[in-house]
Ligand binder design. Sequence first.
Ligand code: ADP
Length: 495
Amino acid sequence: MAKYLAALDQGTTSSRAVIFTEDGKMVASFNQEFPQHYPHPGWVEHDPKDILDSQVTSLREAVRLSGVNPADIAAIGITNQRETTFLWDRRTGECVGNAIVWQCRRTAKMVDELTARGCGDMIREKTGLVPDAYFSGTKLKWMLDYYNLHERAEKGELCFGTADSFLCWNLLEGRPHVTDATNAGRTMLFNLHTQDWDEELLKLLDVPRACLPDVVDSSGIIGMLDPAVLGCRIPVAGMAGDQHASLFGQACLKPGDVKNTYGTGCFMLMNTGDQPVRSENGLLTTMAWRIGGKPTYALEGSVFMGGATIQWLRDELKIISHAAESEALAQSVPGTGGVYLVPAFTGLGAPWWDSYSRGTLIGMTRGTGRPQIVRAALEAIAYQSADLMEAMIRDCGHRPEQLQVDGGASANAFLMQFQADISAMPVVRPRVLETTALGAALLAGLGVGMYTDLTETAAVWQKDLEFTPKMDEATRLLELGGWHRAVERSLGFAR
Ligand code: ADP
């Protein structure tokens, strides 16, 4: 009787595979990093071969380490870095060039042109996205233009896909050309309301439908893993972009449920149920997942400098030697003494959206030292997340009962307590912090009927720790006020 689940987690800097038991315990995992390519300033690429090789290696190694017989793996789920764009030959499988990574800014001008032509609102309305070079649409157009491939794409000789598509095409029997609705929703070509590629957007970006994958549900059998990978056929039955998988892995299944992932950046997603909510506060509208043909939507906001602020303390300021050290240092003082760090190193995202704001350290006195600055850096991660939470509450008119957290920096107890305090909301950390991989595994388990419904997948989620708010309201408002005054001073500085 097959009783394990496997997740492939194809990330930006590494490919990972995790083997779970049916009740969501991690049996083994393996991570393999791959090189990043920066051919020009602001450009980021991945070699598709590295992506495929590292993913296959990590799956084989995770299975080997787990000691599990591959025949006992009931299903595989795929989750992935979103938006990164691949284009390959339908006959040979050869990619036309390196994948263009989500971080790559090469199509920023193309997006400026679209907005100058007044297309911004239409794109916003149909896709839920704020037009940006971040999303796949302009990256695909760039590839078709640069390699002069419009005609071949029109004839159906080429396949476009994000990492999920690329892995399915290469690892599944019969080479299905598919993507799931969450990944499709990040292309700027997918209409959230019709759940289909949008003709007007395809025309706008000069992308032929013939090169686009079929859009499948996030849960359900997509195909069988080619036996060349693990020696037996295994159903691949779940697929979702990383942040969506993590929302599912956190069991944020009801409207108003919200999670924040504290990684290099922070990604906050709130389930908004079966209706897409249009944000008035600079958030994105996105898919949560699509199951049984039924879309569930989410609001999304991100903090550019999350854990990366702590990397900056370590690598540039060199005032800590490892990230975990920040916790004790922050706790060694009762407060920052009025110091605020606004880590707007690359501008600020929602709800500010100012690409000209820059890093600002303000409020220092003669007594300001290392602990205060480290504490201000950690607090900044929480303040930025609190601003996202407030934007979500304003957009959906509902205050969540709690914030569920995961990601590397959620290990920091000071940060989590300060988040609870400044958001006046309990912060809940689950036992399994690998919620992205877990979410993909659960979607796959649901897809093969290992779980009969969402109540059963939700039962896998287990609370580890809860941080309850302890700050009095007057102090909270005072601290938040200080933060917002600091943010104001950082805005527009590089203009
Ligand atoms: P990603 O998936 O984006 O690579 P991770 O979830 O692995 O990120 O988290 C790594 C980030 O978390 C790094 O930016 C690191 O600085 C930060 N981080 C890790 N541990 C801690 C800690 N104990 N306190 C604060 N930040 C931390």
